[in-house]
Write a protein that binds this ligand. Structure first.
Ligand SMILES: C[S@@+](CC[C@H](N)C(=O)[O-])C[C@H]1O[C@@H](n2cnc3c(N)ncnc32)[C@H](O)[C@@H]1O
Length: 214
């Protein structure tokens, strides 16, 4: 997928140069070989990666809910996209996935990468009608969640899995009709914020227990 009209697109030469940079810097490239752990968190972009257990659990959920031949969109959640591509999640090869991201380091994912800035929630060069949309907005603000929710509704056929702070529960319910899950997402670094998953469908995550911390 290419970028939207407002955002400068990477030419094939630029993409090749980017991939070469990652190769030379020791990071691995390509959808099946690039691991999020190797992309350092940049706190200026509010990047906090899930623990491996949480990324796996969320990827399993997407595969189960998308079904055979289903399509999933990971909005601001590159580590779950990556988990789907690693081949360690049963059935992940039977779903199609895209990642919507602001950080162009993830352009290394090729056609699965869609440039996304939540400030322009509908300026997307992405197909629609995804069976499941997972979103993890970068900021805990009403403005950010409202704009990301516009994107989610634009992309979604129905099922929505939202990961954000517990403090956003009421607004998330009003915007997306989601309810909070028992499952507690965890991150590689401990966050000071109380974090939760929310769904708008009868998910196994609703009553699920928290995975043990690695
Ligand atoms: C809280 S992190 C979620 C990452 C997720 N926990 C994971 O492990 O994949 C928020 C994500 O939003 C992205 N982001 C930052 N600024 C953004 C913007 N203006 N528009 C869209 N996404 C943005 C970051 O690059 C980051 O991947």
């Amino acid at each position: 997928m290419s970028d939207d009209g407002d955002a400068p697109a990477l030419s094939s030469h630029a993409l090749a140069a980017l991939q070469e940079f990652y190769s030379e810097s020791g990071a691995r490239t390509g959808p099946d070989r690039f691991t999020v752990g190797e992309v350092e968190e940049d706190w200026r972009m509010s990047q906090f990666w899930y623990s491996d257990e949480t990324a796996t659990r969320l990827a399993e959920e997407l595969v189960r809910e998308a079904g055979e031949g289903g399509r999933v969109a990971c909005v601001c959640a590159p580590s779950v996209y990556q988990k789907l591509k690693q081949g360690s999640v049963l059935g992940s090869d039977r779903v199609a996935a895209v990642v919507l991201e602001f950080d162009r380091r993830f352009a290394a994912y090729g056609d699965d990468f869609v440039f996304y800035d939540y400030n322009e929630p509908l300026a997307l060069d992405a197909p629609r009608s995804f069976d499941v949309v997972l979103a993890d907005p970068p900021y805990l603000s009403e403005e950010c969640l409202s704009k990301v929710s516009q994107t989610v509704k634009h992309l979604s056929k129905g099922k929505v899995l939202l990961c954000t702070g517990a403090v956003m529960e009421k607004l998330a319910g009003a915007l997306l009709g989601v309810q909070v899950c028992g499952f507690l997402p965890q991150h590689n670094r401990n966050l000071s914020n109380d974090f939760r998953c929310f769904v708008n469908y009868p998910s196994r995550l609703l009553d699920a227990a928290t995975p043990p911390r690695a």
